[in-house]
Design a protein around this ligand. Structure first.
Ligand code: MOS
Length: 743
């Protein structure tokens, strides 16, 4: 019974074939008889009122079933700020709901829905709407709103405080021998997953089924139930696959409830899918921002002070800022810290989560400033970080549940070939290209969900098993790793296990956010599969016809689908077959501990990058990247690597490509298309090397999984920015760094 555990094996995706061949059905591809198509219409102005919408021409178009505006759309039941968007937790952010009155808060705000029998007819009719506005000048840019900024009590949907402070910042800065101060500006970023957001709604009497692409089917269920004033039991949400989300499908945005309202109105199933352009104004974004950093250190490189302030626009309804300062307060052993957020009301949608929301932008500022400090002190950048190594959480003083950061520095540096680096900027040249290398630390908090996570496991008499949980496979390989977790807990070959998911009729799982998916779902699946195994063992030892009859259950081991004690074995399948029982089933749950765990929980890593900068053209090419990460237990190294590589490439996009700008007078995004909003593509991708540093963690969750969804991006952009400085001697504090900055 010594087969290798399935956990830790680099298995291919169980859904790989269906995705590659196209047989995997995404939410917008589920055909429903009699389905109609809805097209949403966004406001042309960014601020003011809709004075009139003439719908007559649109209504008269062939195939049009309804035109809904603020004049005839039913009012939602529950008003802000009570709308929950993540299963079981309160209102993180988007508390506005459109088409309830005539006020326009931002360009693209949904002001009408046209429903027709085909998508083309709906779109055409939408173009026939005649909308009149009373326009007022919008506030959209940092410059326009700076003077009205305030420090919010709480940010990020109320989850986090607006200030983080410890020690005495002024004393810390005064005690410093060396100070570095820098202000970074960041362009806004928009979500561009391959699959746009969309929802198909179908009513049967007072019961509603939604096919939704979402990070949490239960999150969609709860949000729509509250908006429409319906019991949870009347809404079923199905969403098996997600074609990328990265935070854009964590909040349940307006289209989900709008689809349900439209379907009820026309008495037919309605599909509402956002266009690529509408993705820029309908699912939140990463806000434009400015971050100010001040570091103080002694001559021997000990930090005496870190100040990290941020300024950013938020919507008219929510005090939202992505938490860019949290990791800065935790990463280095520094007694004096001063962090705060300043935000101002602007004519934008409420910003939202976007991969490593806050950590990615915050670490870009802190880790570039640390590079500057190392340069000032004449210290190697890794050595400076080791001199300030946080053996415990600098804010709480608690030990880390696990760290591994020192090994990440060591193994990352070894793989990258950091040793012997000439620290002088601008000295390595290959032809007309300037070569530079840089590094940065990565940190990402581990935050368990608030509610119990549940799963179910079932064994069939043919010796196969299925484990079930409501979560969608949000594109990361959930179904694959949960199959592995179940196989080990049941003692079965992985090929005989299956994972079923993406349906609120299955046991409840919270929305997958904050890199928490693998940790929380594996905990529930492990619990369910273990309960089933124990149930079957108990049955076997009590069964007079079992070879295990009379054995002590604690002496029974499982493997290869067999229960074994000493030399006696009983296959699971035989046990069920003997009793003419088609299946056996057990449920399991993981209840995350509440209260202070006594440990601080973070995932750590170290990032390295090499760039070549064309001396005449200013063009930056990233030649190679190395990331070493300590994500706790690695359930599947192939999938973990793949996610971490993806995160590192997001870091490349952050540092060099991704940007959107608001037109200061119209309040429109300047580049709301994939043609003009640049994301990293294969041609930008360098050789990306990932090192996994496994660390044991008994605190975060039962299998010790800290997650790999976001840590790959954190620090990657900073390593690139630092490499650009090393190559060119130029410190660019505008993100992304573009050609014109280096000319
Ligand atoms: Mo992720 S940006 O926490 O949905």
């Amino acid at each position: 019974m010594t087969t290798a555990p399935a956990i830790g094996q680099p298995l291919d995706r169980v859904d790989g074939r269906s995705k590659v061949t196209g047989s995997a059905r995404y939410s917008a591809e589920i055909p429903i008889p009699g389905m109609a198509y809805a097209c949403v219409v966004g406001s042309r102005i960014a601020s003011g009122r809709v004075t009139d919408i003439d719908t007559s021409a649109a209504q008269a178009e062939e195939g049009v079933l309804a035109v809904l505006t603020h004049q005839n759309l039913p009012r939602i039941t529950e008003q802000p700020p009570l709308i929950p968007s993540l299963a079981g937790t309160a209102a993180p952010g988007q508390t506005f709901f459109p088409m309830q009155d005539d006020v326009v808060h931002y360009a693209g705000q949904h002001i009408a829905i046209v429903v027709a029998d085909t998508w083309e007819r709906a779109q055409h009719a939408a173009s026939e709407l005649r909308v009149s506005y009373a326009e007022t000048p919008p506030v959209v840019t940092l410059e326009q709103g700076r003077d009205q900024a305030y420090i919010p009590e709480r940010i990020f949907g109320g989850w986090l405080p607006g200030r983080i402070q410890r020690g005495d910042i002024d004393a810390g800065l005064a005690a410093a021998d060396v100070r570095v101060e820098a202000t970074f500006t960041y362009a806004a970023n928009n979500h561009n997953p391959i699959e746009p957001s969309g929802t198909t709604a179908e009513w049967d009497g007072d019961e509603l089924v939604l096919h939704d692409t979402t990070q949490g089917v239960n999150a969609t269920q709860i949000t729509v139930a509250r908006l429409l004033g319906m019991p949870l039991s009347k809404i079923r949400v199905i969403g098996h696959y997600v074609g990328g989300s990265f935070g854009s499908k964590a909040m349940i945005h307006h289209h989900a409830a709008l689809a349900a309202l439209a379907a009820r109105h026309v008495g037919r199933p309605v599909k509402l899918v956002l266009t690529r352009e509408q993705m820029f104004t309908s699912v939140g974004h990463r806000e434009e921002q400015e971050q100010h950093i001040a570091l103080g250190a002694t001559r021997d490189g000990r930090l005496t002070a870190i100040r990290h302030h941020k300024l950013s626009p938020t919507s008219h309804f929510d005090d939202w800022a992505e938490p860019s300062i949290g990791v800065s307060s935790e990463l280095y052993a520094c007694p004096n810290f001063d962090g705060l957020y300043r935000i101002f009301r602007a004519n934008t949608m409420t910003p939202t989560f976007m991969r490593a929301p806050g950590e990615a932008s915050g670490m870009l500022a802190l880790e570039v400033a640390m590079d500057e400090l190392a340069h000032e002190l004449g210290l190697d950048p890794i050595e400076l970080r080791l001199r300030n190594y946080a053996e415990r959480s600098p804010s709480s003083g608690q030990p880390w549940s696990s760290s591994g950061l020192r090994e990440c520095y060591e193994r990352g540096a070894a793989r990258f070939g950091w040793a012997g680096r000439d620290p002088r900027p601008g000295v390595r040249r290959e032809g007309n290209r300037l070569i530079g290398t840089g590094m940065a630390t990565a940190g990402y908090p581990v935050a368990p969900p608030a509610n119990p996570q549940r799963a179910r496991a079932r064994l069939y008499a043919d010796g196969t098993a299925v484990v079930q949980a409501a979560t969608p496979d949000f594109g990361t390989g959930v179904a694959t790793v949960m199959t592995q977790v179940a196989a080990d807990a049941l003692g079965m070959p992985v090929e005989r296990c299956r994972f079923e998911s993406g349906d609120t009729d299955l046991p409840n799982i919270a929305a997958a956010v904050g890199s928490a998916g693998a940790g929380m779902i594996s905990a529930a699946v492990h619990s369910a599969a273990t309960a089933l195994r124990n149930q079957l063992i108990a049955r076997a030892v009590a069964d007079p016809r079992s070879p295990l009859h009379g054995a002590n259950p604690v002496d029974v081991v499982v493997g290869e689908g067999l229960m074994t004690a000493g030399t006696a074995s009983d296959p699971y399948a035989d046990l069920l077959q003997r009793h003419f029982q088609p299946d056996a089933e057990a449920s399991g749950a993981w209840t995350p501990p509440t209260g202070d765990p006594g440990y601080a929980m973070m995932t750590f890593g170290a990032q390295f990058a090499e760039v070549a900068v064309d001396a005449e053209l200013g063009l930056v090419r990233v030649r190679r990247m190395t990331g070493a990460f300590a994500p706790g237990r690695v359930l599947n190294p192939k999938l973990a690597r793949s996610q971490l590589m993806g995160g590192m490439l997001w870091g490349l996009g952050q540092a060099l490509l991704e940007a959107n700008h608001m037109h200061p007078r119209t309040g429109h995004w300047a580049n709301a298309s994939l043609g003009e909003y640049l994301v990293a593509v294969n041609a930008d991708a360098p050789d990306v090397d990932v090192e996994l540093v496994e660390v044991e963690d008994d605190v975060v969750n039962p299998l010790g999984v800290k997650g790999v969804g976001e840590i790959g991006q954190v620090g990657a952009g900073a390593a690139i920015a630092n490499a650009v400085h090393h190559a060119t001697g130029r410190r660019i504090r505008k993100i992304p760094i573009t050609i014109e900055d280096l000319l």
